[in-house]
Design a binder for this molecule. Sequence first.
Ligand code: NAD
Ligand code: MG
Length: 390
Amino acid sequence: MRKVSIFGATGSIGQSTIDLIARDPDAYQVVALSGGRNVAQLAADARRLNAQVAVTAFDDCYDDLKAALAGSGIEAAAGAGAMDGAAKRPADWVMSAIVGAAGLKPGLLALEQGATLALANKESLVCAGELVRRTAAQNGGTLLPVDSEHSAVFQALIGEDRAAVERVIITASGGAFRDWSLDQMAAATPEQAATHPNWAMGQRITIDSASMFNKALEVIETHELFGFREDQIEVVVHPESLVHALIGFSDGGIMAHLGPADMRHAIGFALHWPERDHVPVERLDLTQIGALTFRAPDETRYPALRLAREVMQAGGLMGAVFNAAKETALDGFLGHRIGFLQMAEVVEEVLARLSSDPCLTNDTMTLESVLETDQMARQTAETVINDLQT
Ligand code: NAD
Ligand code: MG
């Protein structure tokens, strides 16, 4: 039996992962499940999968979790130390599906055990790509992409000569506001931004899709995972969300990856890799789909894409600055402190204020330096948000 753990088990990706694992209970031994405040869901899944331990990230949720697991024999734990402890438990395959920079440390601890890390948490790679890759390489860990575009790139590259790749194209649905005017976007509410035309996802990534910050993170993720240069990575708006990525080769040929807009395809691929096994997703009927359309993203509407390219050119810890500023700006938007378009203004201003710090582009990357940078960028973003409000 394969030992598996799921971090962020109660979220959208976590629940899709549990759906696949629960279909084949004899194949998996579930070590740890982690979640946030949705303790009832966490306990119910821990019981269903007979996990060894269930961990909530929040100390004040401990009593509720303990009560919900009473009589099950499943260990309950809470808080940052317990999250680290769960990540240190040996597992063969670990799903990294916490949202935000909070997913970085558990993923690194799992890689230190030599686990295969199925990485939905793209923020880890944006903040600390070099550290994540180094940790995997030094400990015999394996990184597998779960983001749909990156799973698609990974699949399209199987058996191919990397040196023959000219370019990589990742697609973007365009999110909730793809047909809105800039004036409409300026007045958009969090509720409007949190509805996605094609995918059912967590609230934060859904809003990041509307602002294209999600795609901006994914451009950096493509660079960090596969080593392609910034100028080799293109973004194309594809409203149908069925072609997830394309690889252009030196002979002019293009390999495209298609699949249904259901994350269980990419999760299932990572779960079964290096084999392919049955995954219960819809089979596409191209005659029903009829047409696939593509258009260039309008960078004036989506400054996040330009900012991502600047961050990649700067390198070092600027990815950690970018992600933390983005997370703080999103909190500002969710709290009705800034408007939708002001999120990019905040991130751009934080990058401008911190880019002159030579430590951020030259220092060796450690978990401590990444977390310090993350804190500094969050504080700077708070200042910028306050300045915008006054
Ligand atoms: P979600 O909001 O639905 O779930 C997030 C999970 O993280 C929950 O289990 C929550 O309890 C946990 N969590 C939140 N804050 C935490 C903290 N501080 N400490 C520990 N745990 C915490 O999010 P999601 O949509 O499932 O996305 C998860 C990750 O996967 C994100 O990095 C996202 O970018 C990525 N991703 C998601 C999708 C998708 O379809 N949902 C697709 C591609 C990539
Ligand atoms: Mg994606």
